[in-house]
Ligand binder design. Structure first.
Ligand code: PLP
Length: 501
């Protein structure tokens, strides 16, 4: 009697008579030819970006082409690449363009683009273990610590972005400051005791809500403290909130300061927050998504003074370090508590003492992801190729450009700044012949839509005290002073035109 197992083995042996498949090309020369074309085309595309509109709506026919079912049969790479050049490449977000200043997005660099190709070719696993990419990421983390004035041996890990970096920071804070074993007991049941409370300003980024929800703290335990006239956290109100929570028997654990708020570029008084946190025994976390990198500008670094006093700092490299998406980073001063927050032992990840896995994977227990890509390579190659000082000059250039735009607005009666120009962020509106806030809001929204849809420039919109603001955040190494002249001219023209309609 033939067992199932034996029959399966015989079937297998049969199929082995056929050559096995692979996704490697039959003809490497074809891939090489198309690959070279791709590199040439993309470098041309980058070199000529200024000549194209910033943004273009995705046409219906392209939406349709991009909603067909899964392809079962192969197509030649050439043909697939043609589809890319027709349906994908012409309709980008626009953030590599010199006149893109919406939200906060970086511009990317040609060197980083090439580095991404190299990283993808190597396809290293960045959970850890003993291979070159581990040492590259470790070196990049060390550089980030050095740049921010943190101890060289601070712990850190690269993340997809600053949302995840901040969530990791808050998870470490929760673990460090909860008066019970939060990993074991969670926040359910009696062990949890008094609710834990986290503080930030009303201008803190929306990740804060996501984080307290995910970490089980709940938005009712996130105190969004009022800000002063310069959009910085009101220290008196913060002290009062902490005192009142303590009086009610709650357990404050963490203050989140922001270096460069997303709305107006404001930076909380980080030194004062550090002092409050020391006095109150709270974790001090700084969200420095883009603002933290102002430390690279000798003239503007005082704007983010006190940054290095934080227990943890989250920042992005895909904003003001101009890296292509994705690249965020979390740094934690006390490496032991960082590791204690996530470390877990599994049989299949145990240290083997030698070989490829001589120790447990070092990056897995520093965050949430186990599958991690080699995003350190683009940062490593860019820092080596351009040198850190170039980034300092560019960040300074962007801040100077924001000041320049602020001055153009100040000088023109038809325009009005809606917040002090802080770091690289300018919020303003078109006044024209004035009117009430509602009609001015509608007109300024229409101006922004017009600028975007005409492809001239991409600022974004925000609300400041019930007023719609045209918001410009300059994290763009391709912007020139003349681009801001164009913006102002176009806002004035669109404002006048829309006023007549
Ligand atoms: C962009 C930003 C974030 C979120 O970072 P992502 O990289 O988009 O996840 C958090 N905080 C501030 C201040 C930001 O500007």
């Amino acid at each position: 009697m033939v067992s199932n197992h034996a029959r399966a083995a015989a079937d297998c042996a049969g199929t082995r008579l056929q050559p096995e498949e692979t996704l490697d090309p039959h003809d490497w020369e074809e891939v090489r030819r198309v690959g070279h074309r791709m590199v040439d085309d993309m470098l041309d595309y980058l070199a000529t970006v200024r000549e194209r509109p910033v943004w273009h709506p995705v046409p219906d026919e392209v939406r349709q082409a991009l909603s067909t079912g899964v392809p079962l049969e192969p197509s030649p790479l050439d043909a697939v690449y043609d589809e890319f050049t027709h349906h994908v490449l012409p309709y980008p977000t626009g953030n590599i363009h010199p006149r893109f200043w919406g939200w906060v997005m970086g511009t990317g660099t040609p060197v980083a683009m090439l580095a991404d190709m190299l990283a993808s070719g190597m396809n290293s696993w960045l959970g850890g273990f003993d291979h070159s990419a581990t040492y590259v990421e470790r070196q990049v983390i060390g550089w980030m610590a050095e740049i921010l004035g943190y101890p060289r041996d601070a712990s850190g890990v690269l993340t997809s972005g600053c949302t995840v970096a901040n969530i990791i920071g808050l998870a470490v804070a929760r673990h460090a400051k909860a008066p019970f074993d939060v990993r074991r007991h969670g926040l359910q049941g009696r062990m949890a005791g008094a609710p834990l409370v986290v503080y930030c300003s009303s201008e803190a980024h929306s990740w804060t809500a996501k984080a307290v929800e995910l970490l089980g703290l709940g938005t009712t335990h996130l105190r969004r403290v009022a800000v002063d006239a310069e959009y910085r956290i009101d220290l008196g109100a913060l002290n009062a909130a902490i005192a009142s929570d303590r009086a009610e028997g709650l357990t404050p654990i963490c203050v989140i300061g922001t270096a460069g708020t997303v709305n107006t570029g404001a930076t909380d008084d980080l030194n004062a927050l550090a002092t409050i946190c020391t006095r109150e025994n709270l974790w001090f976390h700084v969200d420095g998504a883009f603002g933290a990198l102002a430390v690279l500008s000798p003239r503007w670094r005082s704007c983010v003074a006190g940054l290095a006093g934080a227990d943890s700092i989250a920042l992005d490299l895909h904003k003001w370090m101009y890296m292509p998406f994705e690249a965020g980073c979390i740094l934690v001063r006390d490496g032991t508590v960082h590791l204690d927050t996530f470390a877990a032992s599994t049989a299949y990840m145990q240290s083997q003492g030698r070989g490829l896995a001589p120790r447990p994977p070092e990056f897995v227990p520093l965050g949430i992801d186990m599958a991690r890509s080699f995003k350190a390579l683009k940062i490593w190659m860019c820092l080596k190729t351009y040198g850190l000082e170039a980034f300092g000059r560019l960040i300074e250039q962007n801040i100077d450009q924001a000041q320049y735009l602020g001055a153009l607005i100040d000088r023109d009666r038809r325009l009005e700044l809606l917040a002090p120009v802080a770091l690289n962020v300018v919020c303003f509106r078109y006044r024209g012949n004035d009117g009430d806030d509602a009609s001015m809001n509608a007109r300024n929204e229409a101006i922004v839509f017009h600028l975007q849809e005409s492809g001239v420039a991409v600022p974004s919109l925000t609300q400041l005290g019930g007023r719609s603001a045209i918001r410009v955040a300059v994290t763009n190494h391709r912007s020139r002073r003349e681009d801001f002249d164009v913006l102002v001219q176009q806002v004035l023209a669109a404002g006048a035109q829309l006023g007549r309609d």
